[in-house]
Design a protein around this ligand. Structure first.
Ligand code: SAM
Length: 361
């Protein structure tokens, strides 16, 4: 039931975003009573849990606020200079929902959740360092491999520049020391390999079923709307990532993961490590796409050689041993080396992250 999915989403952001939590709890109640939220969400009644309709609802409202079209609500939104008052939030949301019902309905039914989170570049950076290091050992090479990075479900492609970011951890700066984009990745644990090597990304490409063109104001607004509105630091991080994307554009192709991967992986590339990467995409992909994606990757893995190695690097939520608990795991598979590792665990937005290498079966 849709109201239940809103409550699930509210629980997931309870600690990190009291504003979104409160909005979704009130909206769930309104949904159950057949209020205006039911009209905004009409047609989404049978959505799968993984598609998180509650976040589409919160994102659509946030978009109106960012556009300056919901001033009574904006006073609660820190990303618009406001301060949340959770006691009056829903009362101030209701007139906006009534006034913009059709537009909000169009937004929530035409989009998927597109939290393109540049914080995930931090685990990606470490995963790429590890993959290229292990591939070099397997190939008996002194120098690490240059990398071809292929991202499935790239959204606006904000994680296609992991080598252009400065990562400041424990008094050391990794990555691009001169970058205007500085991340404090809050790493703990033992790094799997030395991260001070220069990552060489010789080719980068991404696909998405709904690519976002971050060179446009509309694209920037779209991605900004999915940041929880009381997370100002994250919102600012996204703006910096969007600015970097302007300086270093990488187009994201409109395609489903499997069809795009089949094309990209058709020919192994020599003297390059090909890395297929996805983060927080799996839950949104259909079962058919998942099965097809696995088959295409298995086929490419069988053709990988020591001089044309292939890696799969993923950052996705996985169920833990505790019922109903999820953690985000960074997983690496490397062919033909036969490496299969869990490199560490973190939170949904990639920061903080704890390095802890374990076999992954
Ligand atoms: C939550 S966003 C994550 C974006 C990005 N990977 C990140 O971590 O910042 C999920 C993205 O997956 C895309 N997606 C879902 N199913 C897909 C599929 N079968 N093929 C390609 N992209 C897909 C969505 O359009 C959306 O942009």
């Amino acid at each position: 039931m849709l109201a239940e999915l809103f409550l699930d989403a509210s629980r997931a952001c309870h600690v990190h975003s009291p504003l979104t939590h409160s909005l979704l709890v009130s909206a769930a109640d309104d949904l159950a009573r057949g209020g205006v939220t039911a009209r905004v969400m009409a047609g989404a009644e049978c959505d799968r849990q993984g598609t998180v309709p509650g976040l589409r609802f919160a994102g659509a409202l946030h978009r109106l606020v960012l556009e300056g079209r919901a001033p009574t609500l904006a006073k609660h939104y820190p990303t618009a200079g406001g301060r949340p008052d959770l006691d009056t939030l829903w009362d101030d949301a209701l007139p906006v929902l009534h006034e913009h019902t059709d537009e909000l309905h169009a937004l929530v039914t035409s989009t998927v959740v597109q939290t393109n989170e540049p914080g995930r570049s931090a685990p990606l950076f470490g995963g790429l360092q590890t993959a290229t290091h292990l591939a070099a050992i397997e190939a008996d090479r002194r120098a690490t491999f240059p990398i071809r990075l292929l991202e499935v479900g790239a959204s606006g492609g904000l994680n296609l520049r992991p080598h252009r970011i400065a990562y400041r951890a424990d008094g050391v700066t990794y990555g691009d020391r001169h970058s205007p984009f500085v991340l404090d990745p809050r790493w703990t644990g033992r790094l799997p390999v030395d991260f001070t090597h220069n990552l060489r990304l010789v080719r980068r490409a991404g696909c998405d079923v709904n690519p976002v063109d971050v060179s446009t104001e509309d694209g920037r607004l779209h991605l900004s709307s999915f940041v929880w509105a009381d997370q100002v630091a994250r919102f600012e991080r996204l703006q910096t990532a969007l600015d970097l994307a302007r300086l270093d554009p990488v187009p994201v192709q409109r395609a489903t993961g499997p069809e795009w991967l089949a094309d990209q992986l058709a020919r192994p590339e020599r003297d390059v490590l090909t890395v297929v990467w996805h983060s927080v995409v799996w839950q949104y992909a259909s079962p058919a796409d998942r099965a097809m994606g696995r088959a295409i990757l298995a086929d490419a893995a069988a053709r990988a050689t020591r001089m044309a190695p292939l890696a799969l690097l993923v950052y996705e939520p996985r169920r833990t041993h505790m019922a109903d608990k999820y953690e985000f795991q960074l997983l690496l598979k490397l062919w033909p080396a036969g490496v299969s590792l869990r490199l560490g665990t973190g939170v949904g937005h990639g920061i903080p992250f704890s390095w802890d290498t374990q076999p992954w079966s």
